[in-house]
Design a protein around this ligand. Structure first.
Ligand SMILES: *[C@@H]1O[C@H](CO)[C@@H](O)[C@H](O)[C@H]1NC(C)=O
Ligand SMILES: *[C@@H]1O[C@H](CO)[C@@H](O)[C@H](O)[C@H]1NC(C)=O
Ligand SMILES: *[C@@H]1O[C@H](CO)[C@@H](O)[C@H](O)[C@H]1NC(C)=O
Ligand SMILES: *[C@@H]1O[C@H](CO)[C@@H](O)[C@H](O)[C@H]1NC(C)=O
Ligand SMILES: *[C@@H]1O[C@H](CO)[C@@H](O)[C@H](O)[C@H]1NC(C)=O
Ligand SMILES: *[C@@H]1O[C@H](CO)[C@@H](O)[C@H](O)[C@H]1NC(C)=O
Ligand SMILES: CC(=O)N[C@H]1CO[C@H](CO)[C@@H](O)[C@@H]1O
Length: 360
């Protein structure tokens, strides 16, 4: 084993990096919040480029995304329908995997997926990582590699991946009970502001301008106000990964990267846009999503988190799932607000150097 396991607190390092960063993420029946703060829903079935960071500042943004190029950081997300698509009309899709790597020397991909047995599988390269706490009163385990630090809370399974280049990913597994039992991953990205003008993928084109966030892999801009269907077809599915470039670990005997690539082409989601209608259930949903009665008829007064909560309960009828989206959306909004008021940029470099010295 080339890594050491230790239990020291990384919270200070993480807090410092996070306060210098901006946030994006996705949760629920995938709702994405881009790094510039735009929100959209994309129900794809496949594996997609989530956040790629190019080595160079991208001056001419109209250039195609080229998967053969070397990226400073590359991350991918897997989303799947919750039910068997051939036998069911309900097409709720959820996040079931995340994988990423940096391009420092000897870096290995980290893959976090939900297994067939509904447990979290975390791999580095081809090795499945085991998180075993050395002491019975400790519920967190940290694995340190030269390229990435992985921290897992054994109680709630929240897993934090920190790349000293300035990217932190927090993955929260959430249980869903309807329409079927499953585990859904909510992902929060924290990215150093030094990467302005260098990002690609579903997390959007980060340049402090929210109107040009949805840039597809061919370099075209899609309006965030476009319909769910348009965003799906012109933006979301264009980020399907080249199967040869997959960073995921595949369980023996299960689907391959090629399988997901094909599903991306075939899958037809329902382009939901649930709207409140006067019925008994809505009152319960409004309660669950903290939407006040007077605001319930006025969609534009709802927060993004409230809309996504409403959406998720409407399509799944799983109230707890909806409330986990409300909490995730709210957490993301608070982090984005906090980061918007933060100006101390260069400390990220210092933190990266300190982390490098300590752990390489
Ligand atoms: C990437 O490389 C592969 C194999 O060399 C090639 O088939 C493919 O066209 C390349 N893709 C791009 C976008 O250049
Ligand atoms: C989906 O249902 C079809 C028809 O019942 C079945 O043949 C197939 O194996 C199922 N797929 C999965 C992934 O369960
Ligand atoms: C781990 O999760 C549990 C349950 O949510 C929480 O009480 C605890 O504080 C967490 N531990 C750490 C180190 O964050
Ligand atoms: C933001 O992007 C839009 C669309 O590309 C552009 O028209 C606008 O000028 C940009 N705003 C700023 C402040 O750069
Ligand atoms: C609804 O009422 C609450 C308190 O009664 C108030 O704080 C809120 O601003 C109202 N919302 C709208 C959209 O009118
Ligand atoms: C709906 O809510 C928005 C935002 O809170 C507010 O500006 C607007 O006046 C409201 N419209 C109605 C018809 O109450
Ligand atoms: C990040 C964090 O909270 N780490 C804790 C992990 O558990 C040990 C032992 O209980 C604590 O000392 C750390 O602070």
């Amino acid at each position: 084993m080339k890594y050491l396991i230790f239990f020291a607190s990384l919270s200070i390092a993480n807090a410092a990096v996070i306060s210098m960063s901006l946030f994006g993420g996705n949760y629920g029946d995938p709702h994405y919040t881009t790094l510039d703060g735009n929100s959209y829903t994309f129900n794809g079935y496949g594996e997609y480029t989530y956040l790629a960071i190019s080595d160079e500042r991208v001056k001419q943004r109209s250039a195609n995304f080229n998967p053969n190029q070397s990226y400073k950081f590359m991350s991918q997300i897997r989303t799947i329908p919750l039910q068997n698509t051939t036998t069911s009309a309900s097409k709720v899709t959820v996040t079931s995997g995340f994988a990423a790597r940096s391009n420092v020397a000897d870096a290995q991909p980290i893959s976090v997926t939900v297994s067939r047995h509904k447990s979290l599988v975390i791999c580095r390269g081809n090795e499945i990582l085991k998180f075993i706490s050395a002491s019975s009163n400790s519920n967190n385990v940290t694995l340190v590699f030269h390229d990435v630090i992985i921290e897992k809370n054994l109680t709630n399974e929240i897993t934090t991946l920190s790349w000293p280049i300035g990217v932190i990913i927090q993955i929260t597994p959430v249980k869903i009970t309807k329409p079927i039992l499953g585990i859904v991953l909510n992902v929060i990205v924290s990215l150093s502001k030094i990467y302005k003008g260098q990002t690609y993928g579903l997390m959007g084109n980060y340049d402090d301008n929210a109107t040009n966030d949805l840039q597809n892999s061919k370099g075209e801009f899609i309006k965030p106000s476009d319909t769910v269907e348009h965003i799906h077809k012109r933006f979301g599915i264009t980020w399907s990964i080249d199967p040869l470039k997959s960073l995921f670990y595949y369980e023996a005997g299960t689907e391959s990267a090629t399988f997901y690539h094909e599903q991306n082409q075939i899958f037809q989601p329902m382009f939901n846009d649930p709207r409140p209608i006067r019925r008994q259930l809505d009152t319960a949903i409004f309660d669950a999503c903290h939407i006040s009665t007077n605001a319930s008829g006025n969609l534009s007064s709802w927060s993004v988190a409230q809309r996504m909560c409403y959406y998720d309960i409407s399509v799944t009828n799983d109230f707890q799932f909806g409330q986990s989206s409300l909490a995730a959306g709210e957490e993301l909004r608070q982090k984005q607000q906090h980061s918007a008021s933060n100006r101390f940029e260069p400390i990220i470099y210092m933190m990266a150097i300190i982390l490098g010295r300590l752990f390489i």
